[in-house]
Write a protein that binds this ligand. Structure first.
Ligand code: GDP
Ligand code: IMO
Ligand code: MG
Length: 431
């Protein structure tokens, strides 16, 4: 295979998630030594297809499918031990070799506890139609506790059993008062939670490590590191379409704190974007096609959530929003995915900007109110027919599909160096 991993590389989604990051990380991991997850938790769902096998990862880094790779769960992740061990057991059962030799977890990583998942569900229910549409995996409440500090639990804390018991007792007493008053909820059982999390901690112990040091050493030794972004730029808590975002810094900018490496350690930023747009949950989506076009894309692209199975909202490619993501993250090249899905449409629309009250907006604003009122400005291109999934060279694609890719490249201002035409590893064209 051509060598394209010159230096350390971050993979980042440029839209609202589910761009095919799993597939691309697995593809480029062949040339990597280390793969690191740096943000989010079990709200992510990354799909990897290897031959007839299909895997969904939520917490395990995607390098887990290649035995030579060291996989790291960084401190920026919020880790649900129950979800992690379920994933681990599933993959072990399917014959993957996973041990401390290829998986390490930062001792600084925060732990998602049962009260985080309960609070996520209570808040969403109470908000009704104004809810975020979260995955209810306890992500927001866990990151909130990370900031609160006194009510947080880190992976390292699972190892100090007496202190853990006291901490869980104290937090449960506090949560029970709040949950009863606000949501009329039955009390949490501190004893049961302690027993369960003590056992999780014991099972996780061999994997727990000082991954900051491990990554320092890897950088110094010139190992090739891939930083596996979860979610995407437009879901970033600071730079995304707030408040309809997740609770981590899931743009590429979050990798430095979430993995614990200095900025100069990373050279390449590969932005992943699908040939159209999707989003799951609530929030503004200017190019959404809540019509036959959207349904066509959803069915051909199998656009149903990897984590929650919710139907994804589908729409046209939004070059105005993606250019914002490209500029924010300093994207150096792009992998365009799911191009095959658009086959069979007579015309394809690309959003090149927005009008607000009749006036063209100068720059994309991740502002909820503006985005709700923004009217997309479209450019229309001819569609193409045929099954693209068997193509193995860019030049084999229909001429209109090649023109579409080149136009997206022009609008994003960065080379599209990879084009994906199917979920399989081999359905990847390098340019
Ligand atoms: P991620 O969260 O960014 O890793 O993406 P998901 O795995 O949630 O969703 C992407 C979906 O598209 C998965 O079902 C992949 O198997 C599939 N996929 C990835 N690339 C392609 C492609 O080029 N063509 C098609 N048809 N499917 C793809
Ligand atoms: P991957 O890594 C798509 C969305 C949720 C919801 C919002 C907040 O697979 O691309 P949360 O549970 O995080 O508090 O939910 O963010 N969301 C995602 N949408 N792909 C993801 O991850 C997502 N992670 C979170 O649907 O709208
Ligand atoms: Mg996904």
């Amino acid at each position: 295979m051509t060598s394209f991993l010159q230096g350390n590389t971050c993979i980042v989604g440029l839209q609202w998630g589910d761009e095919g990051k799993g597939k691309i990380v697995d593809f480029i991991a062949e040339q990597a030594d280390v793969v690191v997850r740096y943000c989010g938790g079990a709200n992510a769902g990354h799909t990897v297809r290897i031959g007839s096998e299909k895997y969904s990862t939520h917490l395990l880094p995607v390098g887990i499918f290649r035995p030579h790779i060291m996989n790291v769960i960084g401190n920026g992740v919020v880790l649900d031990p129950e979800a992690l061990l379920k994933e681990l057991d599933e993959f072990l059962g399917r014959g993957l070799a996973i041990s401390p030799a290829n998986l390490r977890i930062s001792y600084k990583t925060h732990v998602v506890m049962p009260w985080h998942k309960a609070e996520d569900a209570f808040r969403e229910k109470a908000a009704g139609a104004d809810g975020i549409g979260t995955t209810q995996r306890g992500i927001g409440p866990c990151y909130a506790d990370k900031m609160h500090r006194t009510t947080a639990i880190r992976v390292a804390d699972l190892q100090h059993e007496q202190k853990l018991r006291e901490r869980i007792d104290r937090i449960c007493a506090d949560r029970n008062k709040v949950f009863a008053a606000l949501y009329d909820a039955p009390p949490l059982n501190a004893r049961e939670i302690f027993d369960q999390y003590r056992d999780f901690g014991r099972r996780m112990l061999p994997f727990i490590d000082d991954t900051t040091h491990l990554l320092f050493q890897a950088v110094k030794a010139g190992k090739k590191i891939v930083f596996e972004g979860a979610h995407a730029v437009l879901l970033d808590v600071d730079h995304g379409t707030y408040p309809y975002v997740t609770s981590s810094n899931c743009s590429a900018l979050g990798l430095y704190t979430g993995a614990g490496v200095p900025p100069q350690a990373v050279k390449n930023f590969i932005g992943i974007m699908k040939a159209y747009s999707t989003r799951v949950g609530g929030g503004p989506f200017p190019t959404e096609q809540a019509n036959k076009i959207g349904e066509y894309i959803r069915e051909r692209g199998n656009e149903y959530g990897t984590t929650t199975r919710r139907p994804r909202r589908c729409g046209w490619f939004d070059a105005f929003a993606v250019k914002y993501s490209v500029d924010l993250c300093g994207v150096t090249s792009i992998a365009l995915t799911l191009l095959d899905v658009l086959s069979g449409l007579d015309q394809i629309h690309i959003c090149t900007g927005y009008r607000l009250n009749g006036v063209r907006m100068e720059s994309f604003r991740a502002d909820m109110d503006m985005l709700t009122d923004a009217e997309p400005v479209y450019e229309v291109m001819p569609g193409w027919r045929g099954n693209l999934t068997e193509c193995r060279r860019f030049e084999e694609l229909p001429a209109e599909a090649q023109k579409y890719v080149k136009r997206l490249e022009q609008l994003c201002g960065v080379p599209v160096s990879m084009v994906s035409v199917g979920p399989e590893r081999s359905a990847t064209l390098l340019r």
